[in-house]
Design a protein around this ligand. Structure first.
Ligand SMILES: [Zn+2]
Length: 78
């Protein structure tokens, strides 16, 4: 999130790839995207991050489905 943070994989200081302005709740904030200076490492980090996000999304989806199943089950029981 901040500039100069080390890469989670190789520990090299990450470099700023791009910055842009975003409006959050009416306030302009500068968003900084940092990448690993090693393009190959950055690719691996990104694919690992994607896998992790997909895993989290799957878990959330499953727990939502479980919750809706429980709700349906209760309705049928009463
Ligand atoms: Zn790296």
């Amino acid at each position: 999130m901040s500039e100069g943070s080390p890469c989670i994989r190789c520990g090299k200081t990450r470099i700023v790839a791009k910055t842009w302005q975003e409006e959050v709740n009416g306030a302009k904030v500068t968003v900084t995207q940092t990448v690993c200076p090693d393009p190959e490492c950055q690719k691996i980090v990104e694919s690992e991050l994607k896998k992790k996000m997909e895993k989290i999304a799957n878990i959330q989806k499953e727990s939502q489905e479980r919750r809706s199943r429980i709700r349906r089950g209760r309705k049928q029981a009463s």
